[in-house]
Each structure stands twice: as C-alpha cells, then as structure tokens.
Design a protein around this ligand. Sequence first.
Ligand code: VGL
Ligand code: ZN
Length: 199
Amino acid sequence: MRAANEALIVIDIQNDFCPGGALAVAGGDEIVPGVNALMGDFASVILTQDWHPSGHSSFASTHGAAPYSTTEMPYGTQVLWPDHCIQGTDGAAFHKDLVTKGDLIIRKGFNPRIDSYSAFFENDHVTPTGLEGYLRTRGIDTLTMIGLATDFCVNFSAVDAAKLGFNVTVRTDLCRAIDMDGSLAAAIEGMKAAGVEVL
Ligand code: VGL
Ligand code: ZN
C-alpha cells in the first residue's frame, strides 16, 4: 500500500475514448484491468472525466470545420475534435468495467469557450479546476497518472502537476495515445523536460 501522501490520478477512461467511441483511442479499453488492479495500491484515487456541453468550442462541428483540424483560440492553437464526452451521455460515462470507487471525480471542459486537457488548469493555463487545492489540503504531494490519452490529457495533467511542484510518475503501460503528427513523441519529451518520471 502506498503512503498517505500519494494519489493515483485516473484520467478520462470514458466510453468516447474507447474503441467504438466518438474519439476512440486505439486500445483504450485494454488498460482497464491493469488500472483497476493498481487502484488497490493507493489510499487515494481520483478520477477525471472530460465533460463538455453540446456545442463546445473544441468541437469541429461547432465551427463547421473538419475533425482533427486546428483553429486559433484566444489562448492558443486548439485541435478541433469530433463531438465527444457530452455531459450526461453514454459517451461521457466511464468504461463499464472501470472501478469508480475513487475519492473524487474531477470534471473538466465544461466551460463552453475553453477546452481543458489538464486536470489542473483549463487550456488557458490560468483557470484552475480546484484539483491542486484538493490535493494540497489533503497533504498529497506525490502522484501517479494513468489513462487516456497519453499525448493530450495525461500529458497536460502531468506537466501542470510537475510545474506546481508535485512529484509525478506516468505509467505509459497504463496509458494509450491519440498520436497525431508526432504528438506522442513530443508529449513524452515534454513530460521528461518538465521533470515527470515517465515509466
Ligand atoms: C482528450 C481530446 C479532447 C483526452 C479530451 O482526454 O486526452 N483529448 N478531449
Ligand atoms: Zn474533450
């Protein structure tokens, strides 16, 4: 059992990111048994859930654009995704085999005008989700992160956590990537450069 200062952060293991989903990540469902097993080692487990209103600004359909194209937002370049993880839909639900007994579910991406890959900040890198305060007030300073997708939500969450001073390990065997235009390799490099332990 890990010490009380450690938490497992389980990122976005939702139907829309699994095979058959709207933004399917190859092999996204394969990690579920290993993730469930790892939860047993941690006194604190936190799950995140991508949670968009319909017509979200990160959806290609909102802009009449092609999925996986990009657009410029006030906060920088934004990939435009297929509609996914719409609040309350089956696509936004956790994978049916995922154990969801964790202490906290943090929802993100609910602001219609800003996407939120990171569990800590929206994509403007300024607006907090509240997770930092939750962890600090519970005396948690060491995080293990796993989930979907390695190169987007896991990457942004891990880099933000490291910048905030948390000790961060990413278990890539329990992550799967979208991997568009070399995004996976760039994410691995970026996480390492930020001081994340990438296993
Ligand atoms: C994610 C793209 C859009 C993720 C979420 O969970 O990695 N990727 N929304
Ligand atoms: Zn999303």
